[in-house]
Design a protein around this ligand. Structure first.
Ligand code: MTE
Length: 334
């Protein structure tokens, strides 16, 4: 059963989706601001995704398009297994202006702030329990691992979803290149963080566990679905999507997909991860998409599927176990 909602997605009631910790931090942040006498002018920026105040209205359409008008990726094949879905691909401009990237702020409208991310001379260190540690630059990665396009469903823990055409390479290829030792059981992925640059309003106060880190069991990373993206919609990754390299784990909630990765470490024990450290009751390490396991503050049975504009309206769809990828991954959890 589906129906089209025509109201804007940012009209979703904030208390339905804003993680509790963000409320807490927001309040702490606002208190600080009130103390400093500057709260009112920037108050809307400290919210999370849900009000019209989060919409960037002043930035021009040209600036937005420039943020995703990037060099095309020349050499990639379309993976025939992950080529078509029953749902249409989300329009590029919607995906490019509705993002989570808390290093750059707490609203969905961080695309402009994310342009501060310095992606030149990017290096990715692969280290830890491996026989063949490496430091790659992005061109090395693009040369070394044949690139393919995969159209995947994308499901955020906040109960919105998209369908996105990523370009990248399977994580298994990196595993084969660095040869983990038999002690390696987990992998930690670390995002870029520099408090001088990643200056999202409200998210640098208190004790948030920066840098953003995520983790997988090594068997999960070796699954054929687990993917590193260097591009989307035929071109390089825009900064707001996590340029120049991000994780895409389509059977898990979107927060498992760390953006702008600088380090990958093979470990013998489960690493601490960003959201799980902040609130383990609401964000578990495994984070598999599961319609039967409600988030403590909202149901996960359905999702708001965002596909076409001009406004961010959505269609309600039933959430699929493992986001529809059970045939590939259910055996990992038996
Ligand atoms: N990675 C970093 N470094 N910082 C973040 O805030 N947010 C996560 C994930 N990766 C996040 C991140 C969450 S909650 C989601 S839903 C997805 O990125 C959003 O990806 P998108 O903006 O490309 O759609």
């Amino acid at each position: 059963m589906t129906f089209i909602r025509t109201s804007k997605i940012w009209s979703i009631s904030e208390n339905k989706i804003t993680p509790e910790n963000l409320y807490w931090n927001r309040r702490k942040f606002l208190k600080t601001l009130v103390g400093a006498g500057i709260g009112a002018s920037i108050l809307p920026l400290a919210g999370c995704q849900s009000s019209t105040s989060g919409v960037v209205k002043s930035a021009s359409q040209t600036a937005l398009e420039a943020s995703f008008n990037l060099p095309n990726i020349a050499n990639f094949t379309k993976n025939p297994t992950f080529y078509k879905l029953k749902r249409p691909i989300t329009e590029e401009k919607l995906a490019a202006q509705y993002n989570n990237f808390y290093e750059f702020g707490g609203t969905k409208k961080i695309w402009l702030d994310a342009q501060k991310l310095p992606t030149e001379n990017w290096k990715v260190e692969v280290t830890g329990l491996v026989k063949n540690p490496q430091t790659y630059d992005i061109d090395d990665l693009k040369q070394k691992f044949p690139l393919e396009e995969r159209v995947y469903r994308f499901r955020c823990v906040e109960a919105w979803s998209m369908v996105l055409p990523w370009i990248g390479f399977p994580m298994q290829k990196l595993i084969a290149a660095v040869e983990p030792t038999s002690q390696a059981k987990y992998v930690r992925f670390t995002s870029f963080y520099d408090p001088e640059i990643t200056t999202g309003p409200g998210f640098h106060l208190g004790s948030l566990p920066w840098p953003y880190q995520e983790g997988l069991r090594i068997e999960e990373m070796a699954n054929e679905l687990a993917f590193f993206a260097v591009g989307i919609y035929g071109h390089d990754l825009p900064k707001q999507h996590g340029a120049p390299l991000r994780m895409v784990i389509p059977w898990k909630y979107g927060f498992k997909g760390a953006k702008s990765i600088v380090k990958i470490e093979f470990l013998d024990s489960q690493p601490a991860t960003y959201w799980n450290t902040i609130n383990s009751r609401e964000y578990d390490f495994e984070a598999n998409v599961n319609p039967n396991k409600p988030h403590p503050r909202w149901s996960q049975a359905t999702e708001k599927f965002i596909s076409k504009g001009p406004d961010l309206s959505w269609e309600i769809k039933e959430t699929l176990p493992y986001n529809g990828y059970g045939e590939y991954v259910a055996s990992l959890y038996s």
